[in-house]
Design a protein around this ligand. Structure first.
Ligand code: GDP
Length: 452
């Protein structure tokens, strides 16, 4: 992986930047005091770019007056290994003599420098931003590590410098994901608000009473995952399913009011374990705000989602309810049109085979790979039918598209002036991929890249 090193005086936000770029993987970073005293390494992901980020946090301990000298000793070697140095200043504080001293020192180095004016959210950073031009490293990136602002600009700046050092596969576990076996066990999680009927549904599927249920929400359950074979009524075939009961992952029953919040936490946990998530609604309550929140989260995490309205046996105005939920989903889940919606009754067994069948079907779509040639045939047609706009008289060039990953299907589109591409055009392409290439109702990702 290419190495990007963060350099700057104390307090400009280097650690926040480091954490922002490393994100979830922070836990893997060895930041035991004394182990990596003057350098900290993390695996960074930025809009599809992978690199090692190096934080020189050890300088924080140094006497600021001796900083430049120490810096030379501690970081010249680090800089030799680095492909890029991110020089961070504090846009709110403006330039300090120490910043200028670091800049002088950096100019003597041979590594490319990207200048980041941090804390630039709002207007208070404007002054520092303009001052930063005088450092001689070109246009500073207005950045906010705290608010995640300027990540796109940082990507643009880093791309030409480290693109040729990107690993072949865009993700380290992409290799395992290459081989999708439709016969493999289906990892299915049932999530939903307390009392939606999750346990009853799991029992109905398993046809025994191994999970406790009752009118009281949040009864203690100790089961976490149950492996079971579903008999496909169409083919008579037995297909393996791992049912994940996230509520069971909780140790003990909690009070109901807490459980309301827990259902979101449960869903988050389910996402880690499941390929397909079933969000169970209660027909007697309809679609509630919390449900939409869970649904969005599942899709944002790139999992396949199915929504099932349970207790259909006691639903009043069934068709009105169904259409109302459909409309609310299409409006509230802008990221994926047409998420599968089914009516079920855990009590009578209605719709349960359709539910499991739909889960297998959507897993196939979520795991599908379109060959690059077919993808680009569609792409050329889509561009011909509706050419990209030309903001300021200069046309945005879209060159080609590849599918980088499956589960969820993730596409990378290459072209120039992609930062000018309107959201509406991007949506046009995403909808096209969905409709024309068979990715209906699954979350897909589209990353834009400008080659060197
Ligand atoms: P959980 O908190 O989501 O696991 O919900 P439970 O499975 O414990 O069910 C909550 C209540 O709803 C219980 O009283 C169930 O008997 C009832 N229930 C579950 N499914 C259905 C259904 O399909 N129809 C009806 N009428 N009641 C149901």
């Amino acid at each position: 992986l290419p190495q990007v090193i963060i350099i700057g005086r104390p307090n400009v936000g280097k650690s926040t930047l480091f954490n922002r770029l490393v994100g979830k993987k922070l836990a893997l970073v060895d930041d035991q005091p004394g182990v990596t005293r003057d350098r900290r390494f993390g695996e960074a992901h930025l809009l599809g770019l992978d690199f090692t980020i190096v934080d020189t946090a050890g300088w924080e301990d140094d006497d600021p007056s001796s900083l430049p000298g120490r810096m030379r000793a501690q970081t010249e070697a680090a800089l030799d290994d680095a492909d890029v140095a991110l020089f961070v200043i504090d846009a709110r504080a403006g330039l300090t003599p120490l910043d200028e001293e670091i800049a002088r020192w950096l100019r003597e180095q041979s590594v490319p420098i990207v200048l980041l004016a941090n804390k630039a959210e709002g207007r208070q950073g404007d002054g520092g931003l303009y001052e930063a031009f005088s450092l001689g490293f070109g246009e500073p990136i207005a950045f906010s590590a705290e608010h995640g602002q300027g990540l796109g600009d940082l990507f643009e700046a880093l791309l030409p410098l480290i693109e040729d050092k990107q690993p072949e596969a865009p993700d380290e576990d992409a290799a395992d994901e290459e081989d999708y076996d439709p016969a493999a066990i289906l990892k299915l999680a049932i999530v939903g608000r307390p009392n939606a009927g999750k346990s009853t549904l799991i029992n109905a599927l398993l046809r025994d009473d191994r999970l406790l249920t009752g009118p009281e929400a949040g009864i203690t359950r100790d089961s976490i995952a149950v492996d079971w074979a579903w008999t496909d009524p169409a083919s008579g075939e037995a297909r393996p399913v791992r049912l994940i009961d996230t509520a069971g992952m909780r140790k003990k029953a909690q009070v109901v009011e807490k459980l309301e919040k827990m259902s979101v936490a449960d869903a988050r946990r389910a996402i880690d374990f499941a390929e397909v998530v079933v969000l169970l609604l209660d027909a007697t309550r309809g679609l509630e705000h919390q449900d939409l929140k869970i649904a969005s989260m599942v899709l944002e995490e790139g999992r396949a989602l199915i929504i099932a309205i349970n207790k259909w046996d006691v639903a009043e105005d069934a068709s009105g309810l169904f259409n109302g939920v459909r409309a609310a989903l299409d409006e509230g889940l802008a990221q994926v049109r047409g998420v599968p919606l089914l009516a079920v009754s855990a009590r009578t067994g209605k719709g349960l085979d359709q539910l499991v069948g739909a889960a297998f079907t959507i897993r196939d779509a979520w795991s599908k790979r379109v060959p690059t040639a077919a993808l680009n045939r569609w792409f050329d047609d889509a561009l011909a039918a509706n050419p990209p706009p030309a903001p300021g008289g200069k046309r945005i060039k879209l060159r080609y598209i590849t599918q980088a990953r499956i589960r969820p299907p993730s596409f990378v589109m290459f072209g120039t002036r992609l930062d000018m591409l309107p959201e509406s055009y991007r949506r046009y392409l995403v909808n096209g991929i969905r409709r024309e290439l068979g990715f209906d109702a699954v979350p897909i990702r589209l990353t834009l890249r400008s080659p060197k």
